[in-house]
Design a binder for this molecule. Structure first.
Ligand code: ZN
Ligand code: ZN
Length: 415
């Protein structure tokens, strides 16, 4: 039986010795140079994207075809250097544009065709820097531009910046929202400080809940929290109910401090487990329900006393300081990582206290960064699978301290 005082080290040993997936793809073909790619084909150095075909250097996007260097885009084709765009065809250097064709160097266009250097236009054709041209003049102007010339590019930038300054814009990117504070929030209600979030309700500090199932009654979740209900401190996971401090898990209930666990209930400090519905597990060992309740309460007290606030802390924080004084003061705080001042709002206090969690000592941005940093950097290395020895392109370098498997070996290991 685990001594609560030994839990932190035992968790770290378990994490270090569990196999990691070298690069993760699902239902994808020829997307090996990249990570977290789903239902995609022929992509190169793309990350966290789905339903893409022939995309290069794209991140956090859905349904891109024949596109390069795009981020936070959806349903775009033949696009280059676009950010936060939706339904574009043959567009370059566009931001916040939707349902448009053949537009370049533009910002906030809707249903436009063949526009250049424009800002805030709707249903327009053949405009240059927001002025109307004939089709012939437009085509001549664009054909004569030398986009290799840095002076021309600087001039375009200057004119677009001027237009951006004088064109009114929405206070936030929100659509179909009620009482939401945040940006890029859609179809959501009562959300506080949420970003890139859809279909969420009564939640705070959620990031990149981009899919059809967002979060409900959650705090500090994301990137990629899909279908979460009553969760706290979660990243890269889907379909969780009442879980705290979880990373890379799916279909879990009532679990805490877990990494890479699936289809289970009542896991605590577990790593790499699947299909454990009938039982209670601590550090991958089965225990009785009574022991589970007693030990998890004791371990959580120990974790708090050591100044561990997040799963990232549990896995990586340098604990040489020993025991720390835990403040329960609800006044504004200074972040212990970046020193920025931040607020703790009343709903947050209520949420955390109800779950027996400490009030945060890190600001929301540092908390989000910690969850993002649970993953590897978005860079690829050549290495071998530690099981079958085949060559892999992985986010884990060859000298990584972790045990790294190819996708096949990784899933086989679970069975
Ligand atoms: Zn901070
Ligand atoms: Zn392998």
């Amino acid at each position: 039986m685990i001594n609560p005082k030994d839990f932190i080290q035992a968790f770290r040993d378990l994490y270090l010795n569990s196999p990691q997936c070298g690069s993760w793809t699902r239902a994808s073909e020829n997307c090996d140079y990249g990570d977290i790619m789903t239902v995609s084909k022929d992509c190169y150095l793309c990350f966290n994207s789905g339903n893409c075909r022939n995309a290069y250097y794209c991140e956090d996007s859905r349904a891109l075809t024949d596109s390069t260097d795009c981020a936070f885009c959806e349903g775009c084709e033949l696009c280059y250097e676009c950010v936060d765009c939706d339904g574009l065809n043959d567009c370059n250097y566009c931001q916040d544009c939707a349902n448009s064709n053949g537009c370049h160097f533009s910002y906030d266009l809707r249903r436009c065709k063949d526009c250049f250097g424009c800002v805030g236009l709707r249903n327009k054709k053949h405009c240059i820097f927001n002025e109307q041209y004939s089709k012939k003049d437009y085509e001549k102007y664009v054909a004569d531009l030398d986009l290799e010339d840095e002076k021309t590019l600087a001039l375009i930038d200057k004119k677009v910046e001027e237009l951006k300054k004088k064109t009114p814009r929405m206070y936030a990117h929100q659509l179909d929202t009620t009482k939401c504070v945040g940006d890029y929030v859609y179809h959501s209600k009562n959300c506080y400080m949420c970003f890139d979030t859809r279909h969420s309700e009564d939640s705070a500090y959620i990031t990149q809940a981009n899919l059809d199932m967002g979060t409900k009654d959650c705090m500090d979740c994301g990137p990629i929290p899909t279908g979460m209900d009553r969760c706290y401190d979660v990243a890269y996971s889907h379909y969780l109910f009442n879980c705290n401090h979880v990373y890379w898990c799916g279909n879990l209930k009532e679990s805490e401090w877990c990494i890479c666990c699936f289809e289970s209930d009542h896991l605590f400090g577990c790593n790499y487990m699947k299909n454990k519905h009938k039982g209670f597990y601590i550090l991958n060992e089965k225990v009785s329900e009574a022991d589970y309740k007693r030990l998890t309460a004791e371990i959580n007290e120990e974790i708090k006393a050591r100044g561990i606030y997040s799963l990232y802390d549990l896995a990586h924080k340098d604990l040489k300081d020993g025991r720390v004084d835990v403040s329960d003061d609800v006044r504004d705080r200074e972040c212990k990582i970046c020193s920025a001042d931040f607020k703790i709002v009343p709903d947050e206090v209520k949420f955390l206290r109800a779950r027996g969690q400490l009030l945060p000592v890190y600001c929301p941005a540092c908390r989000a960064k910690q969850r993002f940093d649970m993953r590897n950097k978005r860079e690829m290395h050549k290495r071998i699978c530690d099981k079958c020895k085949k060559t892999l392109i992985s986010t884990y370098p060859a000298d990584s301290k972790y045990v790294v498997y190819c996708l096949d070996c990784f899933w086989k290991h679970f069975d």
